[in-house]
Ligand binder design. Structure first.
Ligand code: G6P
Length: 605
């Protein structure tokens, strides 16, 4: 999704800006651009192709400057054409980049047209550039502070004015923005990752902050207009995190990183303890009577899986809801519910808004399961569990999902123990299973060659059905999501018992039916559902635990999973589905890490 980079330095910063965009590329975008203050006026280059094309342009035109801003755009208002690409100019004096959506842009546009401003793009962003130009009286920092009061919606912006050649001003409300602190130079970015290589010292802006960066200073005012300091933290881990190494794509690398990611995520301690979730957790966990899980996309599916664990292991009622639905519907708040937000990025606009909505309804017990320690969600919740997946570059989430599952399983066992449903023997057994998980994942990853053979066949299909039951139904959903996200094959998932209520009508010999078949209590039921598919000529592709006695025969293709893994089985069964989607996409030649129309971190509604 949209990305911002800004810099003030004494050296030519164009390569820093373009490198910053390159580091944000993985989030998904459809155009990009850079502007610098050169000889008084802003000059820019924009591209509707990739950042590499923008780089070629700036080299060819020798675009240079010591102060500048840059952007990757994911179109919301207006098509991905050059005129709509940022930086957006106002009368060759102001250059501005913007993440988010300005909801009152139509009324602002009319007001500004009345003042003689001519609009050349279809973006909502252009109103901010003209607004700032119209209000500018020699102090860009003050102008932006005044101008943002007129904006409704979500934004992070970075702006320069030709009369202040060593100043970049930024503001945030609902979209992230971070200051990178250098020596004799300073930076702005929507994600600290963009500035890896330039600095490792960051100040994370709060909602409503406006910031001015100059060569040797950073000034911040909060939403009340009061000058504030934001803690500068050293975040060293960003450097080098985005190297591809021997892999063909980041998604493949991240699938294979899962044993390491799980090892880093599961607690070192020999016991499950509330303190794993923060200092307040032991009091809060004793007070709650239910869970409300809010999330989007893949993170929502980890919530759905966790519901099975929370209700069976901890015997605690659990509701899981898509964040974009919850935030807008009338619901009945229960102050004794623990609200859990699950998010890889911790910045997803809908999940963040759902969390704030829950808080506004009086929910005070909040927990984030998140992969980014410095994210808005971790800062806004009273408790957190950090997954240690490491930076995830591929738009389609893989290692973030399995580490979320590991964290949520720890939550279920911890709550089960506190509520008297998990005894010491069971606790030790769960812990041993978690510790063995990386080794078990390695044996699943070894199935890759067999999955590649299936992927060759899937690449020629246009539709696929995924079936699972119980704990593995959300895994079937995740498998279907992975396939559609990156291979563009239409895929749907059903709880296998629902087949007869509709999807069976779709089954013909042209329909591959992927079946998640663990050796659990529902196996015999699942086998009956498989027969329903075979009777209609459907082709079954089954990931079956070794002791299920499901064997390959006409119309039934079987890949044998190494072992049955009890309650943690979903974490193993999702991996071959990730690999199937990945290799099918490779066989179809799609842009695996940056699938069309999608973004990694969806920071707009
Ligand atoms: C986007 C990504 C998905 C991700 C979802 C939620 O749609 O492409 O991979 O699952 O956002 O993101 P979050 O960061 O909140 O987990």
């Amino acid at each position: 999704m949209c990305g911002i980079v800004g810099a003030v330095a004494q050296r030519n910063i164009v390569s820093v800006l373009v490198e910053g965009l390159r580091r944000l590329e993985y989030r998904g975008y459809d155009s990009c651009g850079v502007a610098v203050l050169a000889g008084g006026e802003p000059k820019r280059a924009r591209s509707v192709a990739r950042v590499s094309d923008l780089d070629a342009q700036v080299r060819e035109t020798r675009l240079e400057g010591v102060t500048g801003i840059a952007h990757t755009r994911w179109a919301t208002h207006g098509a991905p054409v050059t005129d709509n690409a940022h930086p957006i100019f106002s009368r060759d004096a102001v250059a501005l980049v913007h993440n988010g959506i300005i909801e009152n842009y139509e009324s602002l546009r009319e007001m500004l047209r009345g003042k003689g401003y001519v609009f050349v793009s279809q973006t909502d962003t252009e109103v901010i550039a003209h607004l700032i130009h119209s209000m500018y009286r020699g102090d860009l920092f003050q102008t932006v502070r005044d101008a943002v009061k007129q904006l409704h919606g979500a934004y992070a912006i970075a702006v320069v004015h030709k009369d202040q050649p060593h100043t970049v001003v930024g503001a945030r409300q609902g979209s992230p923005l971070v200051v990178g602190v250098g020596q004799g130079e300073n930076f702005l970015a929507s994600d600290a990752l963009a500035l890896a290589g330039s600095t490792d010292r960051f100040a994370f802006l709060e909602e409503g902050d406006v910031v001015e960066i100059t060569l040797d200073g950073v000034k911040i005012v909060d939403r009340e207009g009061i000058h504030v300091e934001r803690e500068v933290r050293t975040v060293a881990a960003y450097g080098g995190a985005v190297e591809l190494g021997p892999y063909r794509h980041f998604m493949q690398k991240e699938i294979f990183e899962q044993p390491r990611a799980i090892t880093d995520t599961i607690p070192q301690a020999d016991q499950f303890d509330a303190s794993l979730f923060g200092d307040r957790a032991s009091d809060v966990f004793g007070d709650i009577d239910s869970l409300l899980i809010l999330a989007c996309g893949t993170s929502y599916y980890s919530g759905l899986t966790a519901k099975y664990w929370l209700e069976s292991v901890a015997k605690i009622p659990t509701q899981v809801e898509i964040a974009s639905e919850y935030r807008y519907r009338e619901s009945v708040p229960n102050p004794k519910a623990l609200v859990v937000v699950i998010s890889q990025s911790g910045e997803t606009a809908d999940t963040l808004a759902a969390l704030k909505h829950a808080q506004s309804l009086g929910h005070t017990h909040t927990l984030a399961v998140c992969n980014v320690a410095t994210s808005a969600m971790v800062r806004l919740t009273g408790m957190s569990f950090l997954t240690h997946a490491g930076t995830e570059i591929g738009v389609a989430s893989t290692k973030a999902f399995t580490t979320q599952l590991a964290g949520l399983f720890v939550l279920a066992v911890t709550l089960g123990k506190l509520r008297g449903h998990v005894d010491a023997r069971q606790e030790a057994a769960y812990l041993a299973q978690l510790r063995h998980l990386p080794a078990a994942l390695n044996s699943v990853l070894a199935l890759e060659p067999q999955i590649i053979a299936w992927a060759e066949e899937f690449a020629r299909k246009e539709n696929a059905l995924f079936l699972g039951r119980g704990l593995h139904y959300p895994i079937a959903l995740e498998g279907a999501l992975k396939l559609k996200e990156i291979s563009y094959i239409h895929a749907e998932a059903y709880p296998a018992g629902e087949l007869k209520h509709g999807p069976l009508a779709l089954v013909t010999e042209a329909m591959p039916v992927v079946t998640v078949a663990p050796n659990d209590t529902l196996l015999e039921k699942l086998k009956s559902n498989m027969q329903e598919v075979r009777a209609r000529g459907g082709e079954l592709y089954v990931f079956a635990d070794s002791d299920t006695r499901i064997v390959s025969e006409d119309g039934i293709h079987v890949i044998r999973m190494p072992e049955h893994y009890g309650l943690l089985s979903p974490i193993l069964h999702v991996v071959p589905l990730q690999l199937l989607a990945y290799h099918t996409a490779c066989a179809r030649g799609t842009d695996v890490d940056k699938p069309r129309n999608l973004a990694k971190s969806v920071t707009v509604e």
